[in-house]
Design a protein around this ligand. Structure first.
Ligand code: SF4
Ligand code: SF4
Ligand code: SF4
Length: 372
C-alpha cells in the first residue's frame, strides 16, 4: 500500500487514542487487547472508552495465543460488528492457519500488529521488578537490540513482521516515545482510518512486500543466526525416537501444551478421548509382554501425534513451553521440527490465506527425492 499516518504521540498513547476515536465514531464496536491488573495480564474484549485508556496493547506478554481467542470469537459465524484486535505476528499467523481450517474469519476484524520485539515468559508477570524489566525491554527494542529475558522461542523467531495485518506499527523505532507511524497495509485499514486520525502520507516502506528499515533486517538476520545456533546445538529436528524419549522423559502427560496451542483446535483431542484411555486388559497384556509399564501412558505417543498434526502450522509462539510444568522446551522442539517440515514443503504458516496447508493437499508425485 505504501501509505502511512504519522502520529506525534508516544506509541502507547497514540494507539489508545486511535482506538478510542474509532470507538467514538462507531467505526468499531469493541477492542480486543491486552490489559494488566496488578500482577495479572490477560486479553479483554472492551467496549468501554475508559477501559481502553487503561489497556496495555504492547505489554510484552502473551497470556494466551490471541489467534486462538479470535478463532473462538469468530468461528461460529463472523462477528456482526467491527472489532479492532491488537495482536503479535505469531498470533495473527496462528489465526490465519485456523481460518484455513474453517475455525475463524477475518470479516469485521481490523487487525493491528507490530514489528515484534518478542514477549517474556508468562511467569515473569509476578516478578517484583517487572516495571523495570518492561522499561529495559522497550529501551532495547527502540535501540534495535533484541531484548533480554524473552521466551526462548522469541529469541529464534525471525517472522517478526505481521505481513497480513491491516495496520502495522514498528516498535523498533528510536522515536517511539515521541512519535510513531501507522503503516496502512490493506484497503480495509484505509476505510477505517480517516482524516481525523491524521494526514495519510506516502511511505518509503511496504512491510508486506519486504521493504522495511535496515535495523529490522539486521534483527531478523540475528534471529536467523540464533535459530541456526540452537539447531546446531540441540539438533531438535534430528532427535529420532530415542532423542524424543529422552527429551519427553519427564513429561507428566498433563496435555497443557496442546491445550494452549493455537493450532490444536479440536474440541475433543483424540488423545483425551475414550479411544486413548488405558484399558485394564491392555495394561495387563502390556505388563505381561514388557514386565513394566510407565504411567501415565502414551506421553510420547501424544507428542508424536501432535507433531504429526501440527508441524506444518506451528507458528513458534512458545505458549506450550510457557505452560509446561516440568520445563520441557516443547516450543523449541515443535518450532525446530515444524520449521524443517515447513522448509520441506516451502510453506510458511500464516503467510498467505489463499495457500492451502500442505497437510490438506494430496499430490501423487511428492517428496520424490526424500530419503528415509
Ligand atoms: S514468537 Fe515471534 S512474533 Fe511471536 S511474540 Fe515471539 S518474537 Fe513476536
Ligand atoms: S506447538 Fe507450541 S510453539 Fe508451536 S504453535 Fe503450538 S503452542 Fe505455539
Ligand atoms: S505440558 Fe509438558 S508435561 Fe504437560 S503434556 Fe506437555 S510436555 Fe508433557
Amino acid at each position: 500500500m505504501n501509505k502511512k499516518i504519522k502520529i506525534n504521540k508516544s506509541v502507547e498513547t497514540g494507539l489508545k487514542e486511535l482506538l478510542i476515536s474509532l470507538l467514538e465514531s462507531r467505526k468499531i464496536k469493541a477492542v480486543f487487547t491486552l490489559e494488566r491488573n496488578k500482577d495479572a495480564v490477560y486479553y479483554s474484549l472492551i467496549t468501554d472508552l475508559e477501559k481502553v485508556d487503561q489497556a496495555s496493547p504492547f505489554l510484552p506478554f502473551m497470556p494466551a495465543n490471541g489467534g486462538k481467542l479470535l478463532s473462538k470469537l469468530t468461528d461460529i459465524k463472523s462477528i456482526s460488528e467491527p472489532i479492532a484486535a491488537v495482536i503479535h505476528p505469531c498470533e495473527l499467523a496462528a489465526f490465519i492457519e485456523l481460518i484455513k481450517k474453517q475455525q475463524g474469519s477475518l470479516d469485521n476484524l481490523l487487525i493491528i500488529s507490530s514489528v515484534c520485539p518478542g514477549v517474556m515468559p508468562i511467569n515473569n508477570i509476578s516478578e517484583t521488578n517487572l516495571d523495570e524489566k518492561i522499561k529495559k525491554y522497550f529501551e532495547s527494542a527502540k535501540n534495535s537490540n533484541i531484548p533480554t529475558g524473552l521466551r526462548e522461542n522469541c529469541e529464534i523467531c525471525s517472522r517478526i513482521i505481521p505481513t497480513n495485518a491491516d495496520i502495522i506499527i514498528n516498535l523498533m523505532d528510536k522515536d517511539i516515545d515521541n512519535s510513531f507511524e501507522l503503516y496502512i497495509n490493506s484497503e480495509k485499514a484505509e476505510k477505517f482510518l480517516g482524516d481525523e486520525n491524521g494526514e495519510i502520507l506516502d511511505s518509503d516502506f511496504d512491510f508486506a512486500n519486504n521493504t522495511f528499515p535496515q535495523n529490522i533486517k539486521d534483527i531478523i538476520s540475528q534471529k536467523e543466526k540464533n535459530r541456526i545456533a540452537v539447531n546446531e546445538k540441540y539438533k531438535f529436528d534430528q532427535l529420532g525416537m530415542d532423542g524424543l524419549i529422552d527429551l519427553f522423559g519427564k513429561c507428566i502427560g498433563c496435555h497443557s501444551c496442546g491445550g494452549v496451542c493455537p493450532i490444536c483446535y479440536c474440541e475433543l483431542c483424540d488423545f483425551d478421548s475414550a479411544e486413548h484411555e488405558y484399558k485394564k486388559n491392555v495394561l495387563k497384556s502390556d505388563l505381561n509382554s514388557r514386565a513394566g509399564v510407565r504411567l501415565p501412558p502414551n506421553t510420547i505417543l501424544y507428542q508424536l501425534g501432535r507433531l504429526n498434526h501440527i508441524s506444518t502450522s506451528c507458528v513458534g509462539c512458545g505458549m506450550c513451553t510457557d505452560v509446561c510444568p516440568v520445563d520441557i522446551p516443547v516450543g523449541m522442539i515443535f518450532s525446530s521440527i515444524g520449521n524443517s517440515v515447513q522448509e520441506l514443503f516451502k510453506y510458511i504458516p500464516g503467510e498467505n490465506l489463499e495457500e492451502a496447508n500442505p497437510i490438506t493437499v494430496y499430490k501423487k508425485e511428492e517428496l520424490t527425492n526424500f530419503e528415509d
